[in-house]
Design a binder for this molecule. Structure first.
Ligand SMILES: NC(=O)c1ccc[n+]([C@@H]2O[C@H](COP(=O)([O-])OP(=O)(O)OC[C@H]3O[C@@H](n4cnc5c(N)ncnc54)[C@H](O)[C@@H]3O)[C@@H](O)[C@H]2O)c1
Ligand SMILES: [Zn+2]
Length: 368
């Protein structure tokens, strides 16, 4: 086994490491720091065995571990589940120097991060993401949150973790389709900042979609570095974090219109093709880079087209997006590979033409 790599997020106080490697469970106790005594390990039902193993490791290392099982997926991100965990922390007398550990996908890291952010106005949290999306996105950056009846992620807090432990071995039980959905975020990082990612995926898409192939570790490390650069530089330049929303305006609209039955990464995949078409129509992106979006996502088996006849719903959803300012739609677009820029207030005709381009391709796909 090769040594794990450590990628620093931020600088100075509040900086933390994302550790990437395989078989890293034993590193967890060391990431908690010297002051922590009680630890609440939060895991979804699907990861009960892994949660129990981490608890044993903590116990062996002299901590007082507690275990909390939460529902799988989005069902965990509710005020009710958060309140139950606050109850567990209160019952066990958790103080400001105790900690929370999350073991799960983005839903688990969001919920556990939120509980850690709010207990005594903030206790340390260490994330152990177990989905590709969690490793390259949700667990890194400090955004936490829960849903309400009115919408997703409406309540939350910014609470950077103490450390993130990306143990690739945890991906062994992740269904392949969930893994591939996470690759959409990896490809996004390739287009906005690190084209080497695209070359690695294009060279062997099958290896890139198989959790235990060496290239997967490199893809995770490169994607985390892209996020690290953005999060670190963002302290100086407020608009930079936006580039990570590449493909997300249209992707979020699909998620909403579909009532959140699509995987996030699959919606983002179509969103990436949409925004590439938009940039091409705006005369900002060359044909070859625009076409490369559809090509690389297709080789991974990700969707690149969406049903026709839903423009009004999609447009309404984009206008409600929290990134919209007033009534003007804003998109992160590319002016070339790894050259992100902003497109503000494109006219309706252009927006619709880009939609036509992602629906037309659906027809072409079917004929092919
Ligand atoms: N905070 C952020 O910056 C940020 C960024 C992106 C996404 N998110 C959030 O992340 C969530 C989506 O995350 P996700 O795609 O990781 O989904 P998820 O957390 O819902 O996990 C998907 C399913 O897989 C199960 N699972 C997780 N890891 C597994 C494993 N190793 N083996 C077997 N089953 C496993 C989960 O229990 C769940 O049922 C959304 O709620 C989204 O809002 C947050
Ligand atoms: Zn995303």
């Amino acid at each position: 086994m090769s040594a794990p790599s450590r990628i620093a997020i931020g600088t100075g106080p509040g900086a933390y490491d994302v550790v990437v490697g395989s078989g890293l469970e034993d590193l967890l106790p060391g990431l908690l720091g010297p002051d922590v005594r009680r630890v609440l390990v939060v895991h979804p039902e699907a990861l009960a065995a892994r949660g129990a193993r981490l608890r044993e490791g903590l116990q062996r290392n002299g901590f007082e571990p507690h275990l909390a099982s939460i529902p799988d997926g989005e069902a965990a991100k509710t005020a009710g589940v958060a309140a139950r965990l606050w109850g567990v922390l209160g019952e066990a007398n958790f103080t400001r120097t105790d900690a929370v550990v999350s073991v799960g996908g983005g839903a688990t890291t969001d919920l556990a991060g939120f509980v850690a952010a709010t207990w005594l106005r903030g206790v340390p949290v260490v994330h152990v993401p177990t989905t590709l999306l969690g490793m390259v996105d949700a667990a890194v950056g400090g955004k936490t949150g829960i849903n309400t009846g009115e919408g997703k992620n409406l309540v939350g807090s910014f609470h950077p973790p103490q450390a993130v432990l990306c143990d690739i071995e945890t991906l062994s039980t992740l269904p392949r389709q969930d893994f591939v959905a996470g690759l959409a975020e990896v490809v996004k990082c390739g287009f906005v900042a690190d084209p080497q990612i695209l070359e690695l995926v294009e060279a062997d898409p099958e290896a890139a979609s198989t959790w235990d192939r060496p290239v997967v570790r490199e893809l995770i490390e490169r994607s985390v570095r892209v996020k690290a650069d953005v999060v670190t530089a963002d302290l100086r330049e407020a608009s930079l974090r936006e580039i990570l929303n590449y493909g997300h305006t249209f992707g979020h609209a699909i998620e909403q219109v579909e009532g959140y039955t699509w995987r996030h990464g699959e919606a983002v995949s179509v969103g990436l093709v949409y925004v590439a078409e938009l940039a091409r129509l705006a005369g900002r992106l060359s044909d070859d880079v625009a076409d490369r979006h559809r090509a690389v996502l297709t080789t991974l088996g990700l969707p690149t087209s969406y049903a026709g006849g839903r423009w009004t719903d999609l447009h309404d959803a984009m206008r409600r997006d929290k990134k919209t300012r007033g009534d003007m739609l804003r998109f992160v677009v590319l002016d070339g590979l790894a050259r992100p820029g902003r497109l503000e207030g494109p006219d309706l005709e252009m927006l619709q033409a880009a939609y036509a381009a992602v629906t037309t391709s659906a027809a072409t796909d079917r004929e092919a």
